[in-house]
Design a protein around this ligand. Structure first.
Ligand code: NA7
Length: 494
């Protein structure tokens, strides 16, 4: 640590938080809670909620149990179901932002277009979309992961006579009831949309480029009595969120991810295989739906009813290759035409963008685009050499895969807080040492290749070079790493 005089408290740190989704709100609440007043949240959209604002498709549900997808400091006795629907989650974040008094600190429709570190002044110059500027001692990039829609380059898409749109750009004017609807994509989004729309549509075509393993999870709604009991006795909520069973499941699941040929993955594989074999009656459809890769290589789909819905007579699972789109519908390479009124592109997101397209320029004019020319990365998913006093929540190389991102962001915030303390006590710059970062990346990449994500399937977890972009070790190791930064891996300039 290159630190000397770090005793004088600097009470006037200015914090700029980018994004008013789950993680940005967390940062704002935590800063406010510890008495910081000089912070602001810039949000590109016109309301809070991040991914829960962007996604409004029918069937939108979080696949992490509701009481675990909740801030630890704001338990919610009112969740309607074990897995909460999207609009309820957005409403939860709005309530929390109001309850914790951070709504007034958010500036909406103010996309941050640039962050440039001023070496002489040790601060960040911020540029906003409307041309205004701001400065910050600390930038918290809480800009989300999956928010740049991946719109497929399918010939003729523009010529479609009906309505065609990406799942994260839902068109409320599209008439779905009694319509002929096509859904492209079999990720969590496509599966949830098909499940919700099947009963409403005249005919539904699910365009499947790759089949998915489906984990049969329980689903139930909480009754008014349940909710009253949660209100009266909040420890009942803790018994869900902090139960040994819940955490053992997380640890076991993570063990399976990092050891795809071990017994924990075998157990998962047995469950999803049994689900396919016993749930899908028609042998032809069953083979269409059978993946040829290890479970959870692509993000495991949690669904209690997808197989029921795709077996209904008004559903076609189309496994052929799309040739082009024409005014009447989707033409397959074998010549088949699926005539459609509405086409939903549940084709995922560009997962390597993170804070970009915001132009971020660090120490000595280094650009983030250059630093990330091979792959987006960050030391322990949060900090980057040459980008001092710049902290990411849910940044690259953090844990992904059927976990609560809230738990992850809260642990990351605990780590960031400990680094902020140095700035609060007079340090001018905090950034990881390059050699520490390179060592982390080398170890991470080596381990990531051995995880299930690197076991031979395509997914948004893979970077441009085919290396899984995720945390490759156990969840316990993540929790341990977040509990205390290795300060010796940081340059802390006074
Ligand atoms: P995903 O999980 O990235 O899924 C995208 C799906 O779209 C996947 O089935 C892709 O097939 C398919 N896709 C993408 N491009 C095409 C083209 N051109 N033609 C046909 N099919 C295509 O995105 P989701 O929105 O479902 O979920 C993202 C995350 O949000 C999810 O993991 C949760 O964390 C929440 P492929 O598998 O590549 O063959």
């Amino acid at each position: 640590m290159e630190s000397s005089n770090t005793t004088a408290r600097n009470a006037n740190l200015r914090y700029v938080i980018i994004g008013a989704g789950m993680a940005g709100l967390l940062a704002a609440i935590k800063l406010k809670e510890r008495g910081e007043t000089n912070f602001i949240v810039y949000e590109k959209g016109d309301s809070i909620g991040g991914t829960w604002r962007e996604n409004r498709y029918p069937g939108l549900t979080c696949d992490v149990p509701a009481h675990a997808y909740t801030y630890s400091f704001a338990p919610n006795p009112d969740w309607s179901a074990f897995y909460a629907p999207g609009p309820e989650i957005k409403a939860y974040f709005e309530k929390v932002a109001n309850d914790f008094g951070v709504m007034n600190s958010i500036r909406f429709n103010r996309e941050v277009t640039g962050c440039r570190f001023d070496d002489a002044a040790n601060r960040w110059d911020i540029t906003l979309v409307d041309g205004t500027t701001d400065t910050a001692d600390v930038v918290i990039a809480a800009s989300g992961v999956l928010h740049h829609p991946n719109v497929p380059d399918i010939a003729g898409l523009e010529s479609f006579a009906g309505k065609a749109f990406h799942s994260a750009r839902w068109d409320d004017t599209a008439e779905l009831d009694g319509a002929r609807v096509g859904v492209v994509g079999t990720g969590s989004t496509g599966v949830q949309i098909v499940t919700a729309l099947q009963p409403r549509t005249a005919h539904l075509v699910h365009f499947q480029r790759s089949p998915q393993w489906i984990m049969p999870v329980p689903f139930f709604e909480y009754s008014e009595e349940d909710r009253a009991a949660f209100r009266a006795n909040p420890s009942l909520i803790d018994q869900i969120r902090y139960s040994e069973e819940y955490w053992e499941n997380i640890y076991r699941f993570n063990r399976a991810l990092v050891d795809p040929h071990g017994p924990d993955m075998q157990a998962i594989q047995n469950v999803v295989l049994n689900n396919l074999e016993t749930s899908v009656k028609d042998p032809v459809l069953r083979e269409k739906l059978r993946p040829n890769y290890i479970a959870a290589c692509k993000r495991l789909i949690y669904s209690w009813c997808y197989y029921d819905h795709v077996q209904q007579p008004n559903v076609t699972v189309e496994t052929g290759r799309i040739d082009h789109i024409e005014p009447a519908g989707v033409r397959m390479q074998d010549g088949t035409l699926h005539e459609l009124d509405v086409l939903v592109l549940a084709t995922g997101f560009k997962a390597d963008r993170f804070i970009r397209p915001t132009v971020v320029t660090g120490r000595g004019g280094v650009s983030l685009d250059d630093a990330w020319s091979v792959r987006p990365s960050a030391y322990y998913a949060m900090t980057i050499p040459d980008f001092p006093n710049f902290f990411m929540l849910n940044g690259p190389t953090g844990p992904v895969g059927n976990f609560s991102l809230i738990d992850i962001a809260e642990r990351q915030w605990g780590y960031i807080e400990q680094l902020l303390e140095h700035l609060r006590h007079g340090a001018k710059q905090v950034a990881p040492k390059k050699e520490a970062f390179l060592d982390y990346e080398e170890r991470r990449i080596e381990a990531a290749k051995k995880t299930v994500f690197g076991s031979g399937c395509t997914s948004w977890y893979l970077d441009a070079e085919g290396v899984p972009a995720s945390w490759p070790w156990s969840y316990e190791a993540f929790a341990e790493a977040m509990s205390k930064p290795k300060f010796e891996d940081y340059t802390i300039l006074s």
